[in-house]
Design a protein around this ligand. Sequence first.
Ligand code: NAP
Length: 282
Amino acid sequence: MILIDGKKAAAELRQELKEEVSELKKKYNQVPGLTVILIGDLTPSQIYVRNKEKSAIEVGLKSDVIRYPDSVEEKTVLGKIEELNKDNSVSGILVQLPLPKHIDKQKVIEAIDPAKDVDGFHPMNVGNLSSGYESSIPCTPLGCYLLIKKIEPNLNGKKAVVVGRSNLNGKPMTQLLLKENCTVTITHSKTKDLKAECLEGDIIVAAVGIPELVKGDWVKKDAIVIDVGINKTEKGIVGDVAFDEVSKVAKALTPVPGGVGPMTIACLLKNTIDCFKRSQKN
Ligand code: NAP
Protein backbone atom coordinates (compact mmCIF):
# COMPACT_ATOMS: atom_id res chain seq x y z
CA MET A 1 0.00 0.00 0.00
CA ILE A 2 1.25 3.46 -0.86
CA LEU A 3 1.02 5.82 2.08
CA ILE A 4 0.42 9.17 0.39
CA ASP A 5 2.79 11.57 2.10
CA GLY A 6 1.03 14.94 2.03
CA LYS A 7 3.80 16.65 3.99
CA LYS A 8 6.39 15.64 1.39
CA ALA A 9 4.11 16.52 -1.54
CA ALA A 10 3.35 19.93 0.01
CA ALA A 11 7.07 20.61 0.63
CA GLU A 12 7.80 19.75 -3.02
CA LEU A 13 5.00 22.01 -4.22
CA ARG A 14 6.23 24.88 -2.00
CA GLN A 15 9.73 24.45 -3.43
CA GLU A 16 8.35 24.65 -7.01
CA LEU A 17 6.32 27.72 -6.05
CA LYS A 18 9.35 29.38 -4.46
CA GLU A 19 11.27 28.96 -7.71
CA GLU A 20 8.30 30.29 -9.68
CA VAL A 21 8.01 33.37 -7.44
CA SER A 22 11.68 34.10 -7.96
CA GLU A 23 11.19 33.91 -11.76
CA LEU A 24 8.10 36.15 -11.57
CA LYS A 25 10.05 38.68 -9.51
CA LYS A 26 12.72 38.85 -12.21
CA LYS A 27 10.11 39.16 -14.98
CA TYR A 28 7.71 41.68 -13.42
CA ASN A 29 9.81 43.26 -10.68
CA GLN A 30 6.97 42.40 -8.31
CA VAL A 31 5.98 39.37 -6.23
CA PRO A 32 2.43 38.05 -5.78
CA GLY A 33 0.77 39.32 -2.60
CA LEU A 34 -1.67 37.50 -0.32
CA THR A 35 -3.81 39.45 2.14
CA VAL A 36 -5.75 37.59 4.80
CA ILE A 37 -8.55 39.20 6.80
CA LEU A 38 -8.93 37.65 10.23
CA ILE A 39 -11.92 38.57 12.38
CA GLY A 40 -12.11 37.66 16.07
CA ASP A 41 -9.84 35.52 18.20
CA LEU A 42 -10.97 31.93 17.58
CA THR A 43 -7.89 29.80 18.28
CA PRO A 44 -8.12 27.47 15.24
CA SER A 45 -8.49 30.48 12.89
CA GLN A 46 -5.49 32.18 14.54
CA ILE A 47 -3.42 29.01 14.02
CA TYR A 48 -4.53 28.60 10.37
CA VAL A 49 -3.73 32.22 9.59
CA ARG A 50 -0.32 32.04 11.28
CA ASN A 51 0.53 28.93 9.22
CA LYS A 52 -0.69 30.59 6.02
CA GLU A 53 1.43 33.67 6.71
CA LYS A 54 4.51 31.58 7.52
CA SER A 55 4.17 29.49 4.34
CA ALA A 56 3.51 32.54 2.16
CA ILE A 57 6.68 34.22 3.42
CA GLU A 58 8.64 30.98 2.97
CA VAL A 59 7.90 30.87 -0.78
CA GLY A 60 8.63 34.58 -1.18
CA LEU A 61 5.12 36.03 -1.41
CA LYS A 62 4.22 39.39 0.04
CA SER A 63 2.01 38.49 2.98
CA ASP A 64 -0.34 40.70 5.02
CA VAL A 65 -2.82 39.93 7.75
CA ILE A 66 -5.51 42.45 8.62
CA ARG A 67 -7.00 41.76 12.04
CA TYR A 68 -10.38 42.95 13.32
CA PRO A 69 -12.10 42.31 16.66
CA ASP A 70 -15.27 40.17 16.76
CA SER A 71 -17.33 43.36 17.06
CA VAL A 72 -16.21 44.81 13.71
CA GLU A 73 -19.07 46.08 11.56
CA GLU A 74 -19.86 44.31 8.30
CA LYS A 75 -19.51 47.56 6.36
CA THR A 76 -15.94 48.02 7.65
CA VAL A 77 -14.97 44.59 6.32
CA LEU A 78 -16.72 45.19 2.98
CA GLY A 79 -14.98 48.59 2.70
CA LYS A 80 -11.58 46.98 3.32
CA ILE A 81 -12.27 44.32 0.68
CA GLU A 82 -13.18 47.05 -1.82
CA GLU A 83 -9.89 48.79 -1.05
CA LEU A 84 -7.91 45.53 -1.48
CA ASN A 85 -9.73 44.78 -4.75
CA LYS A 86 -8.28 48.02 -6.14
CA ASP A 87 -4.77 47.53 -4.73
CA ASN A 88 -2.41 46.27 -7.44
CA SER A 89 0.06 44.89 -4.90
CA VAL A 90 -2.62 42.45 -3.68
CA SER A 91 -3.01 39.36 -5.91
CA GLY A 92 -5.14 37.29 -3.55
CA ILE A 93 -7.64 38.06 -0.78
CA LEU A 94 -8.79 35.52 1.77
CA VAL A 95 -11.31 36.15 4.53
CA GLN A 96 -10.75 33.50 7.19
CA LEU A 97 -13.98 31.63 8.00
CA PRO A 98 -15.99 31.23 10.17
CA LEU A 99 -17.22 34.81 10.59
CA PRO A 100 -19.10 36.26 13.57
CA LYS A 101 -22.89 35.80 13.24
CA HIS A 102 -23.64 39.45 12.47
CA ILE A 103 -21.52 39.35 9.30
CA ASP A 104 -23.12 37.87 6.17
CA LYS A 105 -20.64 35.29 4.87
CA GLN A 106 -22.07 35.21 1.34
CA LYS A 107 -21.98 39.02 1.08
CA VAL A 108 -18.31 38.97 2.09
CA ILE A 109 -17.44 36.18 -0.39
CA GLU A 110 -19.20 38.02 -3.21
CA ALA A 111 -17.47 41.32 -2.37
CA ILE A 112 -14.07 39.83 -3.24
CA ASP A 113 -12.98 40.44 -6.83
CA PRO A 114 -13.29 36.95 -8.44
CA ALA A 115 -9.82 37.50 -9.96
CA LYS A 116 -8.41 37.76 -6.39
CA ASP A 117 -10.57 35.05 -4.82
CA VAL A 118 -7.85 32.60 -3.73
CA ASP A 119 -10.36 30.39 -1.89
CA GLY A 120 -12.40 29.83 -5.06
CA PHE A 121 -15.66 30.47 -3.18
CA HIS A 122 -16.99 33.35 -5.33
CA PRO A 123 -20.01 32.22 -7.39
CA MET A 124 -18.18 33.26 -10.55
CA ASN A 125 -15.32 30.88 -9.76
CA VAL A 126 -17.75 28.15 -8.73
CA GLY A 127 -19.54 28.57 -12.07
CA ASN A 128 -16.31 28.67 -14.07
CA LEU A 129 -15.07 25.50 -12.42
CA SER A 130 -18.31 23.65 -13.14
CA SER A 131 -18.27 24.91 -16.76
CA GLY A 132 -14.70 23.67 -17.18
CA TYR A 133 -13.25 27.18 -17.55
CA GLU A 134 -10.16 28.62 -15.88
CA SER A 135 -10.93 29.54 -12.25
CA SER A 136 -9.60 29.62 -8.72
CA ILE A 137 -10.21 26.18 -7.23
CA PRO A 138 -10.92 25.67 -3.50
CA CYS A 139 -7.62 24.74 -1.86
CA THR A 140 -8.49 21.44 -0.14
CA PRO A 141 -10.04 19.69 -3.18
CA LEU A 142 -7.22 21.08 -5.34
CA GLY A 143 -4.75 19.47 -2.91
CA CYS A 144 -6.65 16.14 -3.07
CA TYR A 145 -6.65 16.31 -6.86
CA LEU A 146 -2.87 16.87 -7.01
CA LEU A 147 -2.29 13.92 -4.64
CA ILE A 148 -4.51 11.63 -6.73
CA LYS A 149 -2.72 12.67 -9.95
CA LYS A 150 0.65 11.79 -8.38
CA ILE A 151 -0.57 8.22 -7.88
CA GLU A 152 -2.60 7.91 -11.08
CA PRO A 153 -1.80 10.47 -13.80
CA ASN A 154 -4.48 9.13 -16.18
CA LEU A 155 -7.92 9.15 -14.59
CA ASN A 156 -9.82 8.60 -17.84
CA GLY A 157 -12.90 6.44 -17.26
CA LYS A 158 -12.13 5.71 -13.60
CA LYS A 159 -15.07 5.42 -11.22
CA ALA A 160 -14.80 8.00 -8.45
CA VAL A 161 -16.99 8.24 -5.38
CA VAL A 162 -17.06 11.50 -3.44
CA VAL A 163 -18.51 11.21 0.05
CA GLY A 164 -19.92 14.58 1.14
CA ARG A 165 -21.35 17.38 -1.02
CA SER A 166 -20.18 20.54 0.73
CA ASN A 167 -19.39 23.65 -1.31
CA LEU A 168 -15.96 23.62 0.32
CA ASN A 169 -14.98 20.04 -0.52
CA GLY A 170 -17.37 17.55 -2.11
CA LYS A 171 -18.81 19.66 -4.94
CA PRO A 172 -15.54 21.16 -6.25
CA MET A 173 -13.88 17.73 -5.88
CA THR A 174 -16.59 16.27 -8.08
CA GLN A 175 -15.98 18.92 -10.75
CA LEU A 176 -12.22 18.28 -10.74
CA LEU A 177 -12.72 14.53 -11.17
CA LEU A 178 -15.30 15.07 -13.91
CA LYS A 179 -12.85 17.30 -15.74
CA GLU A 180 -10.42 14.36 -15.66
CA ASN A 181 -13.08 12.15 -17.32
CA CYS A 182 -13.92 10.14 -14.22
CA THR A 183 -17.43 8.79 -13.83
CA VAL A 184 -18.33 10.42 -10.54
CA THR A 185 -20.89 9.48 -7.92
CA ILE A 186 -21.46 12.16 -5.28
CA THR A 187 -22.94 10.88 -2.03
CA HIS A 188 -24.30 12.57 1.09
CA SER A 189 -26.25 12.03 4.29
CA LYS A 190 -29.39 10.90 2.42
CA THR A 191 -27.57 8.34 0.23
CA LYS A 192 -29.36 4.99 0.67
CA ASP A 193 -26.48 2.49 0.62
CA LEU A 194 -23.18 4.30 1.09
CA LYS A 195 -21.19 1.08 1.43
CA ALA A 196 -22.44 -0.19 -1.96
CA GLU A 197 -21.65 3.17 -3.60
CA CYS A 198 -18.13 3.26 -2.12
CA LEU A 199 -17.45 -0.31 -3.27
CA GLU A 200 -17.83 0.90 -6.88
CA GLY A 201 -15.01 3.45 -6.55
CA ASP A 202 -11.57 3.17 -8.11
CA ILE A 203 -11.11 6.43 -6.25
CA ILE A 204 -12.84 7.45 -3.02
CA VAL A 205 -12.63 10.93 -1.55
CA ALA A 206 -14.20 11.17 1.92
CA ALA A 207 -15.07 14.68 3.15
CA VAL A 208 -17.75 14.16 5.76
CA GLY A 209 -16.64 14.93 9.31
CA ILE A 210 -17.59 11.52 10.80
CA PRO A 211 -14.67 9.65 12.40
CA GLU A 212 -13.71 6.47 10.50
CA LEU A 213 -16.99 6.30 8.56
CA VAL A 214 -15.47 4.52 5.53
CA LYS A 215 -14.66 0.96 6.60
CA GLY A 216 -12.29 -1.63 5.12
CA ASP A 217 -15.11 -3.68 3.57
CA TRP A 218 -16.49 -0.53 1.84
CA VAL A 219 -13.39 -0.26 -0.32
CA LYS A 220 -12.60 -2.09 -3.55
CA LYS A 221 -9.20 -3.76 -3.72
CA ASP A 222 -6.56 -1.37 -5.09
CA ALA A 223 -8.71 1.76 -4.81
CA ILE A 224 -7.08 5.14 -4.18
CA VAL A 225 -8.56 6.58 -0.98
CA ILE A 226 -8.26 10.24 -0.01
CA ASP A 227 -9.29 11.18 3.51
CA VAL A 228 -10.21 14.85 3.96
CA GLY A 229 -11.75 14.46 7.41
CA ILE A 230 -10.22 15.98 10.52
CA ASN A 231 -12.03 14.73 13.61
CA LYS A 232 -11.03 15.18 17.23
CA THR A 233 -11.70 11.96 19.14
CA GLU A 234 -10.61 10.42 22.43
CA LYS A 235 -7.82 8.61 20.61
CA GLY A 236 -6.63 11.83 18.95
CA ILE A 237 -7.18 13.30 15.48
CA VAL A 238 -8.64 10.79 13.03
CA GLY A 239 -10.02 11.05 9.51
CA ASP A 240 -13.28 9.94 7.89
CA VAL A 241 -11.63 6.67 6.84
CA ALA A 242 -10.87 3.70 9.14
CA PHE A 243 -7.16 3.85 8.39
CA ASP A 244 -6.04 0.44 9.76
CA GLU A 245 -8.77 -1.50 7.91
CA VAL A 246 -8.64 0.45 4.66
CA SER A 247 -4.84 0.33 4.44
CA LYS A 248 -5.16 -3.47 4.04
CA VAL A 249 -7.23 -3.18 0.81
CA ALA A 250 -6.42 0.18 -0.79
CA LYS A 251 -3.68 0.74 -3.33
CA ALA A 252 -2.96 4.16 -1.84
CA LEU A 253 -4.28 6.05 1.16
CA THR A 254 -3.71 9.45 2.79
CA PRO A 255 -3.01 9.43 6.54
CA VAL A 256 -4.65 11.86 8.97
CA PRO A 257 -2.82 13.94 9.96
CA GLY A 258 -0.12 14.36 7.32
CA GLY A 259 -2.18 13.66 4.19
CA VAL A 260 -4.53 16.23 2.70
CA GLY A 261 -4.02 18.87 5.41
CA PRO A 262 -0.52 20.06 4.43
CA MET A 263 -1.57 20.34 0.78
CA THR A 264 -4.34 22.83 1.58
CA ILE A 265 -2.01 25.70 2.50
CA ALA A 266 0.41 24.90 -0.33
CA CYS A 267 -2.54 25.14 -2.74
CA LEU A 268 -3.51 28.51 -1.29
CA LEU A 269 -0.04 29.77 -2.23
CA LYS A 270 -0.44 28.21 -5.69
CA ASN A 271 -3.79 29.97 -6.13
CA THR A 272 -2.24 33.30 -5.13
CA ILE A 273 0.52 32.88 -7.71
CA ASP A 274 -2.00 31.79 -10.37
CA CYS A 275 -4.14 34.90 -9.66
CA PHE A 276 -1.02 37.06 -10.05
CA LYS A 277 -0.10 35.38 -13.35
CA ARG A 278 -3.62 35.83 -14.74
CA SER A 279 -3.61 39.50 -13.70
CA GLN A 280 -0.33 40.05 -15.57
CA LYS A 281 -1.80 38.39 -18.69
CA ASN A 282 -4.92 40.60 -18.67
P1 NAP B 1 -19.64 19.77 5.86
O1 NAP B 1 -19.83 21.09 5.22
O2 NAP B 1 -20.17 19.51 7.22
O3 NAP B 1 -20.23 18.67 4.86
C1 NAP B 1 -20.27 17.33 5.22
C2 NAP B 1 -20.89 16.53 4.11
O4 NAP B 1 -20.94 15.17 4.53
C3 NAP B 1 -22.32 16.94 3.78
O5 NAP B 1 -22.51 16.98 2.39
C4 NAP B 1 -23.16 15.83 4.41
O6 NAP B 1 -24.34 15.52 3.70
C5 NAP B 1 -22.24 14.65 4.30
N1 NAP B 1 -22.57 13.63 5.28
C6 NAP B 1 -22.88 13.80 6.60
N2 NAP B 1 -23.16 12.62 7.16
C7 NAP B 1 -23.03 11.68 6.20
C8 NAP B 1 -23.18 10.28 6.15
N3 NAP B 1 -23.56 9.57 7.23
N4 NAP B 1 -22.98 9.65 4.99
C9 NAP B 1 -22.63 10.34 3.88
N5 NAP B 1 -22.44 11.67 3.86
C10 NAP B 1 -22.65 12.32 5.00
O7 NAP B 1 -18.10 19.36 5.94
P2 NAP B 1 -16.81 19.88 5.13
O8 NAP B 1 -16.59 21.31 5.42
O9 NAP B 1 -16.84 19.40 3.72
O10 NAP B 1 -15.67 19.05 5.91
C11 NAP B 1 -15.65 17.64 5.91
C12 NAP B 1 -14.48 17.17 6.77
O11 NAP B 1 -13.26 17.65 6.18
C13 NAP B 1 -14.46 17.71 8.21
O12 NAP B 1 -13.93 16.70 9.04
C14 NAP B 1 -13.50 18.88 8.15
O13 NAP B 1 -12.88 19.13 9.39
C15 NAP B 1 -12.50 18.37 7.14
N6 NAP B 1 -11.76 19.41 6.42
C16 NAP B 1 -10.44 19.19 6.22
C17 NAP B 1 -9.68 20.11 5.51
C18 NAP B 1 -8.23 19.82 5.28
O14 NAP B 1 -7.48 20.73 4.96
N7 NAP B 1 -7.81 18.57 5.38
C19 NAP B 1 -10.27 21.26 5.01
C20 NAP B 1 -11.63 21.46 5.19
C21 NAP B 1 -12.37 20.51 5.90
P3 NAP B 1 -25.60 16.55 3.56
O15 NAP B 1 -25.19 17.52 2.51
O16 NAP B 1 -26.72 15.66 3.14
O17 NAP B 1 -25.77 17.16 4.92
